[in-house]
Design a protein around this ligand. Structure first.
Ligand code: PEP
Length: 262
């Protein structure tokens, strides 16, 4: 029943960044926080390419329990320090309702990942946390299920929800997931919430990040969130999808140019 498309503001007073119809928001950072140095370098790459929000995972929901699970609270502290140093607001994932308070202490925006989109207790907890929420689409969720997940957050009085299309599971193995680009206009026809696209986690391939970002802009998304890493070959998580600084700058240029073309 919201008449206009919403803008969600991320960050502390004085450094707030909008996500919504008036602008195209560029979020970048490492998939996982690995060390102070790696996070700072990735944040500097993101900022110098024009990103206005820093992403980075301290809690990593991995398919394998033997894979790097993130640095937890130490990772949040690194993110907080790097956010201070660069002036970039932070978005980071929370995977467990018990961690919501500590994540909200360090982060400007709480991310709920694809694997937790239908974790209703977690959705209610982030709804109570007093921070904007980035809600990724479940990899097997319909758009209606995704919007209902957003309602779980809204029902707690938190309307600062940004949706993120990050690919769905299909029969096609060339990409890790299939980016459902049609989700953007479908959501916009139904919901007032801003919607951004994650071409990195959708494809799992860095060569597809720029073309899929162009598609996101062309279809009317409110932003993109992309992985960047100073040394993708040593990354502890999702190195093959991470851009280097120069590649991120090329992407930012494409982002800036495309609105004139469509
Ligand atoms: C992420 O953004 O770090 C992430 C794990 O994404 P997704 O939940 O979309 O897989």
């Amino acid at each position: 029943h919201h008449p206009d498309r919403s803008t969600v503001w991320v960050g502390r007073p004085g450094q707030q960044v909008p996500i919504g119809p008036e602008t195209f928001t560029f979020i970048a950072g490492p998939c996982a926080v690995e060390s102070p140095q790696q996070t700072l370098e990735a944040a500097q790459m993101a900022k110098s390419a024009g990103a206005t929000i820093l992403r980075g995972g301290a809690y990593k929901p991995r398919t394998s329990p033997y894979a790097f699970q993130g640095l937890g609270i130490a990772g949040l502290e690194i993110l907080g320090a790097v956010g201070e140093a660069t002036g970039l607001p932070i978005v980071t994932e929370v995977v467990d309702a018990r961690d919501v308070a500590v994540v909200a202490e360090h982060a400007d925006m709480l991310q709920v990942g694809t694997r937790n989109m239908a974790n209703f207790g977690l959705l209610q907890a982030v709804g109570d946390a007093g921070r904007p929420v980035l809600l990724k689409r479940g990899m097997t969720a319909t758009i209606e299920e995704w919007l209902m997940a957003a309602e779980y957050i809204a029902q707690r009085g938190n309307l600062d929800v940004v949706l993120c299309e990050r690919g769905i599971r299909t029969f096609e193995p060339s990409t890790r997931n299939t980016l459902d680009i049609s989700a953007v206009p479908v959501v916009q026809a139904t919901s007032h919430l801003p919607i951004i696209v994650d071409p990195s986690h959708a494809s799992g391939r860095k060569d597809l990040v720029v073309p899929l970002s162009r598609a996101a802009i062309a279809v009317g998304a409110d932003g993109v969130i992309v992985d960047v890493h100073p040394t993708p070959e040593t990354a502890l998580c999702d190195g093959p999808q991470a851009l280097l600084g120069a590649e991120l700058r090329d992407l930012a240029q494409a982002v800036r140019r495309l609105p004139d073309l469509v």
